[in-house]
Design a protein around this ligand. Structure first.
Ligand SMILES: NC(=O)c1ccc[n+]([C@@H]2O[C@H](COP(=O)([O-])OP(=O)(O)OC[C@H]3O[C@@H](n4cnc5c(N)ncnc54)[C@H](OP(=O)(O)O)[C@@H]3O)[C@@H](O)[C@H]2O)c1
Length: 227
Protein backbone atom coordinates (compact mmCIF):
# COMPACT_ATOMS: atom_id res chain seq x y z
CA UNK A 1 0.00 0.00 0.00
CA UNK A 2 1.22 3.52 -0.78
CA UNK A 3 0.86 5.80 2.25
CA UNK A 4 1.82 9.45 2.72
CA UNK A 5 2.25 10.86 6.22
CA UNK A 6 1.99 14.60 6.92
CA UNK A 7 3.77 15.12 10.24
CA UNK A 8 6.11 12.20 9.54
CA UNK A 9 8.84 13.47 11.87
CA UNK A 10 6.54 13.97 14.87
CA UNK A 11 6.08 11.83 17.96
CA UNK A 12 3.19 9.88 16.42
CA UNK A 13 4.23 10.31 12.78
CA UNK A 14 7.70 8.77 13.02
CA UNK A 15 6.31 5.78 14.93
CA UNK A 16 3.69 5.38 12.21
CA UNK A 17 6.29 5.58 9.44
CA UNK A 18 8.32 2.84 11.16
CA UNK A 19 5.25 0.64 11.62
CA UNK A 20 4.11 1.03 8.01
CA UNK A 21 7.56 0.35 6.58
CA UNK A 22 7.73 -2.74 8.82
CA UNK A 23 4.44 -3.92 7.27
CA UNK A 24 5.94 -3.54 3.81
CA UNK A 25 4.11 -0.37 2.80
CA UNK A 26 5.55 2.18 0.41
CA UNK A 27 5.73 5.24 2.68
CA UNK A 28 6.33 8.91 1.92
CA UNK A 29 6.61 11.58 4.58
CA UNK A 30 6.53 15.38 4.64
CA UNK A 31 9.24 17.13 6.67
CA UNK A 32 9.91 20.83 6.99
CA UNK A 33 13.64 20.86 7.75
CA UNK A 34 16.08 19.50 5.11
CA UNK A 35 18.18 17.61 7.68
CA UNK A 36 15.13 15.44 8.60
CA UNK A 37 15.37 13.73 5.19
CA UNK A 38 18.14 11.38 6.33
CA UNK A 39 16.13 10.27 9.32
CA UNK A 40 13.10 9.45 7.19
CA UNK A 41 15.18 7.67 4.58
CA UNK A 42 16.96 5.67 7.30
CA UNK A 43 13.53 4.50 8.42
CA UNK A 44 12.84 3.31 4.85
CA UNK A 45 10.51 6.12 3.77
CA UNK A 46 10.69 8.58 0.89
CA UNK A 47 11.22 12.12 2.13
CA UNK A 48 9.45 15.25 0.86
CA UNK A 49 10.77 18.56 2.15
CA UNK A 50 8.29 21.43 2.44
CA UNK A 51 6.73 23.72 5.02
CA UNK A 52 3.06 22.82 5.22
CA UNK A 53 2.14 26.38 6.17
CA UNK A 54 3.90 27.94 3.18
CA UNK A 55 3.57 25.35 0.43
CA UNK A 56 1.01 25.57 -2.36
CA UNK A 57 -1.89 23.14 -2.46
CA UNK A 58 -0.82 22.08 -5.98
CA UNK A 59 2.64 21.15 -4.75
CA UNK A 60 1.16 18.98 -2.01
CA UNK A 61 -1.19 17.40 -4.56
CA UNK A 62 1.81 16.52 -6.76
CA UNK A 63 3.64 14.98 -3.79
CA UNK A 64 0.74 12.74 -2.83
CA UNK A 65 -0.32 11.69 -6.34
CA UNK A 66 -0.72 7.92 -6.49
CA UNK A 67 -1.10 7.60 -2.73
CA UNK A 68 -3.68 5.10 -1.43
CA UNK A 69 -3.97 6.61 2.04
CA UNK A 70 -3.06 10.05 3.36
CA UNK A 71 -2.48 10.33 7.12
CA UNK A 72 -2.42 13.78 8.73
CA UNK A 73 -0.61 13.77 12.07
CA UNK A 74 0.97 17.21 11.96
CA UNK A 75 0.37 19.81 14.61
CA UNK A 76 1.72 23.13 15.84
CA UNK A 77 2.37 21.46 19.19
CA UNK A 78 1.35 24.26 21.51
CA UNK A 79 2.83 27.03 19.36
CA UNK A 80 1.19 30.40 18.85
CA UNK A 81 -2.50 30.66 17.96
CA UNK A 82 -1.38 31.70 14.45
CA UNK A 83 0.69 28.51 14.10
CA UNK A 84 -2.21 26.41 15.38
CA UNK A 85 -4.52 28.01 12.82
CA UNK A 86 -1.93 27.56 10.11
CA UNK A 87 -1.06 23.87 10.75
CA UNK A 88 -3.91 22.21 12.65
CA UNK A 89 -6.54 24.19 10.75
CA UNK A 90 -5.45 25.51 7.36
CA UNK A 91 -2.95 22.65 7.03
CA UNK A 92 -5.83 20.17 7.16
CA UNK A 93 -7.87 22.26 4.69
CA UNK A 94 -4.88 22.28 2.32
CA UNK A 95 -4.42 18.53 2.69
CA UNK A 96 -8.13 17.88 2.00
CA UNK A 97 -8.00 20.05 -1.13
CA UNK A 98 -4.75 18.40 -2.26
CA UNK A 99 -6.22 14.92 -1.72
CA UNK A 100 -9.25 15.86 -3.80
CA UNK A 101 -7.08 17.36 -6.54
CA UNK A 102 -4.77 14.31 -6.61
CA UNK A 103 -7.58 11.77 -6.51
CA UNK A 104 -6.46 10.39 -3.15
CA UNK A 105 -9.62 8.99 -1.60
CA UNK A 106 -8.70 7.80 1.88
CA UNK A 107 -7.74 10.40 4.50
CA UNK A 108 -7.03 9.59 8.14
CA UNK A 109 -6.86 12.61 10.45
CA UNK A 110 -5.32 12.65 13.92
CA UNK A 111 -7.51 14.99 15.94
CA UNK A 112 -8.19 15.44 19.67
CA UNK A 113 -11.04 14.84 22.14
CA UNK A 114 -13.06 18.08 22.00
CA UNK A 115 -13.50 17.88 25.79
CA UNK A 116 -9.81 17.19 26.49
CA UNK A 117 -8.40 18.54 29.76
CA UNK A 118 -11.60 20.25 30.90
CA UNK A 119 -10.27 19.79 34.45
CA UNK A 120 -7.31 22.11 33.80
CA UNK A 121 -7.31 25.91 33.95
CA UNK A 122 -8.48 27.32 30.62
CA UNK A 123 -6.03 29.20 28.40
CA UNK A 124 -6.89 31.13 25.27
CA UNK A 125 -4.32 29.20 23.25
CA UNK A 126 -5.66 25.83 24.29
CA UNK A 127 -9.29 26.80 23.69
CA UNK A 128 -8.23 28.01 20.25
CA UNK A 129 -6.46 24.67 19.62
CA UNK A 130 -9.61 22.70 20.50
CA UNK A 131 -11.80 24.94 18.32
CA UNK A 132 -9.44 24.67 15.34
CA UNK A 133 -9.18 20.88 15.69
CA UNK A 134 -12.97 20.55 15.82
CA UNK A 135 -13.39 22.79 12.79
CA UNK A 136 -10.91 20.58 10.89
CA UNK A 137 -12.96 17.51 11.87
CA UNK A 138 -16.09 19.24 10.60
CA UNK A 139 -14.46 20.10 7.29
CA UNK A 140 -13.16 16.58 6.71
CA UNK A 141 -16.46 14.98 7.72
CA UNK A 142 -18.28 17.20 5.22
CA UNK A 143 -15.95 16.19 2.40
CA UNK A 144 -16.56 13.49 -0.19
CA UNK A 145 -13.40 11.69 0.91
CA UNK A 146 -13.23 8.26 2.48
CA UNK A 147 -12.23 9.63 5.88
CA UNK A 148 -11.50 8.44 9.40
CA UNK A 149 -11.01 10.89 12.27
CA UNK A 150 -9.00 9.42 15.14
CA UNK A 151 -9.08 11.32 18.43
CA UNK A 152 -6.36 10.09 20.75
CA UNK A 153 -6.49 10.84 24.47
CA UNK A 154 -3.52 12.60 26.11
CA UNK A 155 -0.38 11.32 24.38
CA UNK A 156 2.34 9.59 26.40
CA UNK A 157 5.81 8.53 25.33
CA UNK A 158 6.13 5.29 27.29
CA UNK A 159 6.34 1.92 25.55
CA UNK A 160 3.00 0.98 24.03
CA UNK A 161 1.01 -1.87 25.54
CA UNK A 162 -0.45 -2.88 22.17
CA UNK A 163 -3.86 -2.82 23.81
CA UNK A 164 -6.41 -0.01 23.62
CA UNK A 165 -9.97 1.14 24.01
CA UNK A 166 -11.38 2.31 20.68
CA UNK A 167 -14.92 3.59 20.40
CA UNK A 168 -17.08 6.37 19.05
CA UNK A 169 -17.21 7.78 22.60
CA UNK A 170 -14.71 7.34 25.44
CA UNK A 171 -13.71 9.14 28.60
CA UNK A 172 -10.57 11.23 28.02
CA UNK A 173 -7.59 9.53 29.70
CA UNK A 174 -4.18 8.76 28.15
CA UNK A 175 -2.74 6.73 25.29
CA UNK A 176 0.81 5.94 24.26
CA UNK A 177 2.06 7.34 20.98
CA UNK A 178 3.09 3.75 20.15
CA UNK A 179 -0.54 2.68 20.45
CA UNK A 180 -1.76 5.62 18.37
CA UNK A 181 0.71 4.78 15.60
CA UNK A 182 -0.18 1.08 15.70
CA UNK A 183 -3.90 1.94 15.54
CA UNK A 184 -3.33 4.29 12.61
CA UNK A 185 -1.34 1.59 10.78
CA UNK A 186 -4.17 -0.86 11.33
CA UNK A 187 -6.74 1.69 10.11
CA UNK A 188 -4.66 2.24 6.98
CA UNK A 189 -5.15 -1.45 6.25
CA UNK A 190 -8.84 -1.58 7.16
CA UNK A 191 -10.52 0.38 4.32
CA UNK A 192 -13.90 -1.03 5.32
CA UNK A 193 -13.83 1.31 8.33
CA UNK A 194 -14.75 4.63 6.79
CA UNK A 195 -16.55 7.89 7.57
CA UNK A 196 -16.31 7.43 11.31
CA UNK A 197 -15.02 9.46 14.26
CA UNK A 198 -13.14 7.26 16.74
CA UNK A 199 -11.76 7.99 20.18
CA UNK A 200 -8.72 6.12 21.44
CA UNK A 201 -7.14 5.50 24.83
CA UNK A 202 -4.96 2.80 26.32
CA UNK A 203 -7.21 -0.07 27.27
CA UNK A 204 -7.74 -3.81 27.34
CA UNK A 205 -8.22 -4.83 23.69
CA UNK A 206 -5.57 -5.81 21.19
CA UNK A 207 -5.65 -3.27 18.37
CA UNK A 208 -6.76 -5.55 15.50
CA UNK A 209 -9.52 -6.99 17.70
CA UNK A 210 -10.64 -3.51 18.82
CA UNK A 211 -11.01 -2.48 15.19
CA UNK A 212 -12.69 -5.75 14.26
CA UNK A 213 -15.24 -5.34 17.09
CA UNK A 214 -15.99 -1.81 16.03
CA UNK A 215 -16.45 -2.84 12.43
CA UNK A 216 -18.78 -5.61 13.56
CA UNK A 217 -20.85 -3.19 15.64
CA UNK A 218 -21.12 -0.83 12.72
CA UNK A 219 -22.35 -3.60 10.48
CA UNK A 220 -24.84 -4.63 13.14
CA UNK A 221 -23.40 -8.14 13.06
CA UNK A 222 -22.65 -8.54 16.74
CA UNK A 223 -25.27 -10.82 18.25
CA UNK A 224 -26.51 -10.40 21.84
CA UNK A 225 -25.05 -13.20 23.90
CA UNK A 226 -27.66 -15.29 25.80
CA UNK A 227 -27.59 -14.75 29.60
N1 LIG B 1 -0.18 16.13 22.81
C1 LIG B 1 -1.29 15.46 23.07
O1 LIG B 1 -1.52 15.01 24.21
C2 LIG B 1 -2.29 15.26 21.97
C3 LIG B 1 -3.51 14.66 22.29
C4 LIG B 1 -4.41 14.38 21.25
C5 LIG B 1 -4.09 14.70 19.94
N2 LIG B 1 -2.90 15.31 19.66
C6 LIG B 1 -2.60 15.58 18.24
O2 LIG B 1 -1.85 14.47 17.77
C7 LIG B 1 -1.09 14.86 16.63
C8 LIG B 1 0.30 14.27 16.73
O3 LIG B 1 0.91 14.67 17.93
P1 LIG B 1 2.51 14.50 18.11
O4 LIG B 1 2.77 14.39 19.55
O5 LIG B 1 3.02 13.48 17.17
O6 LIG B 1 2.96 15.94 17.60
P2 LIG B 1 4.45 16.47 17.31
O7 LIG B 1 5.45 15.52 17.87
O8 LIG B 1 4.48 17.90 17.75
O9 LIG B 1 4.54 16.37 15.72
C9 LIG B 1 3.95 17.32 14.89
C10 LIG B 1 4.46 17.10 13.47
O10 LIG B 1 3.94 18.15 12.65
C11 LIG B 1 5.05 18.68 11.92
N3 LIG B 1 4.86 20.07 11.55
C12 LIG B 1 4.56 21.12 12.35
N4 LIG B 1 4.56 22.25 11.62
C13 LIG B 1 4.86 21.90 10.34
C14 LIG B 1 5.02 22.63 9.14
N5 LIG B 1 4.87 23.95 9.09
N6 LIG B 1 5.32 21.94 8.00
C15 LIG B 1 5.49 20.58 8.01
N7 LIG B 1 5.36 19.86 9.14
C16 LIG B 1 5.05 20.51 10.29
C17 LIG B 1 6.22 18.55 12.87
O11 LIG B 1 7.45 18.75 12.19
P3 LIG B 1 8.82 19.01 13.02
O12 LIG B 1 9.33 17.62 13.30
O13 LIG B 1 9.66 19.77 12.09
O14 LIG B 1 8.47 19.75 14.26
C18 LIG B 1 5.98 17.15 13.36
O15 LIG B 1 6.40 16.22 12.38
C19 LIG B 1 -1.18 16.37 16.57
O16 LIG B 1 -2.09 16.72 15.55
C20 LIG B 1 -1.74 16.77 17.94
O17 LIG B 1 -2.53 17.93 17.86
C21 LIG B 1 -2.01 15.59 20.64
Amino acid sequence: MKVFVIGATGGVGRRLVRELVHRGDDVGGLHRRPEQATDLRDMGADSFNADLAAMAEDDLASMIAGTDVLVFSAGAGGGSTEMTTSIDGQGVSKAIAAAQAAGVRRFILVSVFPEAWRERPRSEGFEHYLAVKKQADVELAASELDWVILRPAELADGVGSGTVSLSQALIHTTVSRDNVAATLAELVHRPELSRVVLELSDGPSRIPEAIQALDGQRRGSIQEKPA
